[in-house]
Design a protein around this ligand. Sequence first.
Ligand SMILES: [Zn+2]
Length: 145
Amino acid sequence: MTQGHCSFCDAFPLEDRSKVPVEHFRPKGLDEFAHLDFKWSNLYYCCEYCQLEKKEKWEEALIAPDEPDYRFLRYFVFDYTNGAISPNPTSSLHEQERAEITIRLYGLDSVIRRQYRLLELRKFLGATSSTIDDWAYRDFLELTM
Ligand SMILES: [Zn+2]
């Protein structure tokens, strides 16, 4: 479903796939979600960095990447000068709040994430041919095309 990308930050390729964590969107450490520990609808292919950032954190407004009406630009925008991600200021206040929570819980705007996006952008712009699915941070790169 994710074409080998992290469900939350879109990192690709994920390192040793035999060790790729499975993210429990609703944390398995919280009693209220114990019944979801093995439900497919609560499990997401995820990079180690996203999982280590989020751990057992939970807020009801967190955005699930497979929500039926999810579109990246509905919630987020990029700053191509520094690789930052932030809530889309043209979205509703509720959508901006959801985006802020998602960015914060998964650490999507950390310094290292910004640097990875810019590095991937430089490589992408220098490539002669490739499909977008062979790159990390596809939403970030696609907007440059
Ligand atoms: Zn990730």
